[in-house]
Design a protein around this ligand. Structure first.
Ligand code: ADP
Ligand code: MG
Length: 287
């Protein structure tokens, strides 16, 4: 039989907006020593704003933004939403064809029969397009039209107010390692990791790179457990792999909420420490 204290633990967590899918995960939570976070939408707000447009090869700013908005017209990625918002007009996508969204890279589509690329450094390298390295602090969306570099759009996301507290509270609970995984560039990742006081970070990861990173941590952790916290956009497979997979339910995708062992109903990363604390208290009562 399941000790009564566990029901108290699960109920107590639920009252705080933390859904634990079974008492076994309360036990696992008490043994967590490593907490791994996704960046976008988990530690940051996931709401990007266009900060600057840098044009090259005779493209004008308005041309660049219009082409970008068209190329991004069908994407749900937060990056795409920010570009459409900066464009600020209804997008006529009648001339957008051969649309392809490449995870961890960006978009390849035809706009008015010209091949348009909108994405990161990796996308342009893959297509052999000479471009600025975009060595600036922020997420960079490069644009190329028919093999010609057109410039880039610099976009910025903000750290959640709650994220600093989230990391501090984990440290106070004795968590040994806090790590961030992201598909975004190293400059952005380094800056966020420093500002939050994370122990380490890995940047420029493809979705499968995040899975590999978690597997490596799991293989080294022994009886210490590894938790992963994500918002579910591209990270449901990582949530599934961790000892404790946690989905932030505020914005989270259905797939992530389904696979997660713990669902945080708000978008506050400090709930991770709260979940561990509730689990530890429950254990003291039960044992
Ligand atoms: P994260 O780890 O930040 O959640 P993703 O794996 O979703 O990131 O994406 C990684 C990177 O791929 C983004 O930072 C961006 O550079 C690029 N990218 C993804 N989707 C798009 C898109 N629709 N348009 C432009 N770039 C994109
Ligand atoms: Mg994400």
């Amino acid at each position: 039989s399941i000790p009564l204290g566990y029901f108290g633990g699960i109920g107590g967590a639920a009252k705080r907006g933390i859904l634990v899918k079974g008492s076994a995960f309360l036990d696992t939570l008490t043994a967590v020593k490593t907490v791994v976070f996704d960046k976008t939408g988990t530690l940051t707000k996931g709401v990007f704003k266009v900060a600057r447009i840098v044009t090259k090869n005779d493209f004008s700013e308005s041309e660049l933004l219009k082409i970008a908005a068209k190329a991004e017209s069908h994407s749900n990625h937060p990056v795409a939403q920010s570009i459409r918002e900066a464009y600020g007009q209804p997008i006529d996508d009648a001339d957008v064809t051969d649309y392809e969204e490449i995870a961890g890279h960006g978009i390849r589509a035809k706009v008015n029969n010209q091949v348009v690329l909108a994405g990161n450094d990796r996308l342009l390298k893959r297509e052999n397009i000479d471009h600025d390295n975009g060595n600036v602090e922020g997420t960079v969306v490069h644009l190329a039209v028919d093999g010609r570099y057109a410039g880039y759009i610099l976009i910025a996301d903000e750290i959640k107010d709650d994220a600093i507290k989230a990391i501090q509270n984990l440290k106070s609970l004795g968590i040994e390692q806090t790590i961030m995984l992201t598909g975004d560039n190293r400059i952005v990742a380094k800056s966020i990791a420093e500002r939050l006081g994370l122990d380490s970070y890995m940047a420029e990861l493809l979705p499968e790179g995040k899975v590999e990173a978690i597997e490596k941590l799991l293989s080294r952790s022994g009886k210490n457990k590894v938790a992963f916290v994500g918002d579910g956009i591209n990270d449901a497979p990582v949530i599934a792999r961790a000892d404790v997979g946690m989905a932030m339910g505020g914005l989270g995708s259905d797939a992530a909420i389904e696979t997660a062992d713990v669902v945080i109903m708000t978008d506050a990363p400090s709930k991770v420490a709260e979940a561990i604390q509730v689990a530890k208290k429950t254990r003291q009562i039960v044992v």
